[in-house]
Write a protein that binds this ligand. Structure first.
Ligand code: ATP
Ligand code: MG
Length: 285
């Protein structure tokens, strides 16, 4: 759940200043001491305590009494910092309803210059060790691995979208802040929920986009029917944070896995026969 947008509008300057201080403090501490927050915000202890109790109640901050009184941002607080910055920069003017939720993200509709989607990355909220297995950029240690990993994940996704759009059919990237990516809103359905009239043509289109991405040095690495949206008969490939470069040591096998996922889906659902070797050559030759 993303913290309510109305709540963000009613946050006062002390509360914003405490969230900012916590974000800075978390570079040094897993649990930021009260003393640090007091000196960073220059607020009195009673003011800090009162504001912190509200932030805790709103699901933005967590308190831990052992071995000393410490406070930490949670995703709700990090969401608030990102949304505040995106609003200040005019990238977002209103947050709408939730349109998607995956293993490691939640996606909302929003308004910016036009309709946009905002993806909040949530790496490590469930199992950190399994997240680390899938992503070679995960921090090994540190005070706050979920925060760093979620931000890195969003930065990587934005980097892929920026490099690939418009040569490859991906959502137009609009902005990025902390653990969020703002991109064009796609008005369409996931491939998994479609009944295609011309499945072979859509498969060709996916392979040809995979080929252009490959020529740009990028392999999706989580390509499947779940990460393809269909908009007006056109496919759009989403969900890029785990992309790898074509010079990665496992590039060949990861690319083959991507191609296999797609071929298997078209074979199972539409009985489309496509030679595996031809499909792989179509991407890399
Ligand atoms: N730009 C967009 N426009 C419209 N809907 C989107 C957009 N981006 C994502 N969605 C919706 O949100 C869902 C989840 O997005 P995405 O696949 O990027 O993340 P994810 O599946 O949570 O990632 P993970 O692989 O970590 O679980 C998508 O299946 C799709 O329905
Ligand atoms: Mg996905």
């Amino acid at each position: 759940m993303v913290v309510a947008a109305e709540r963000i509008r009613t946050l006062n300057k002390y509360e914003k200043s405490i969230l900012n201080a916590l974000e800075r403090g978390m570079k040094r501490y897993a649990w930021v001491p009260l003393e640090y927050i007091k000196s960073a915000t220059k607020l009195s202890e009673s003011e800090v305590n009162y504001r912190l109790s509200r932030l805790i109640e709103w699901g933005m901050v967590r308190f831990n009494p052992v071995p000393y009184d410490g406070y930490s941002l949670v995703f709700g607080g990090y969401d608030t910092l990102a949304l505040t910055a995106l609003t200040r920069n005019g990238i977002i003017t209103a947050l709408g309803s939730r349109i998607g939720e995956g293993k490691e993200s939640v996606v909302y509709e929003a308004l910016g210059l036009g309709p946009v989607a905002i993806k909040f990355h949530r790496v490590g909220q469930r199992s950190f060790s399994s997240a680390r297995l899938n992503r070679d950029y995960m921090p090994e240690e540190g005070h706050c691995p979920w925060l760093i990993a979620s931000r890195k994940s969003a930065e990587r996704e934005f980097q892929a979208l920026t490099s690939l759009h418009p040569k490859v059919s991906v959502p137009l990237p609009v902005g990025q802040n902390r653990h969020t990516v703002v991109m064009a809103l796609i008005h369409g359905k996931n491939l998994i929920h479609c009944r295609l009239q011309e499945p072979k043509e859509v498969l060709d289109e996916i392979l040809s986009n995979t080929r252009i991405a490959y020529q740009e040095g990028i392999i999706h690495a989580d390509l499947s029917e779940y990460n393809i949206l269909m908009e007006e008969g056109r496919c759009i490939i989403i969900d890029w944070p785990q992309w790898i470069g074509t010079s990665h040591q496992n590039a060949q096998s990861i690319l083959e896995r991507d191609v296999d996922n797609i071929l298997t889906f078209f074979k199972r659902k539409y009985k489309v026969q496509y030679d595996r070797g031809d499909a792989i050559r179509c991407v890399i030759d």
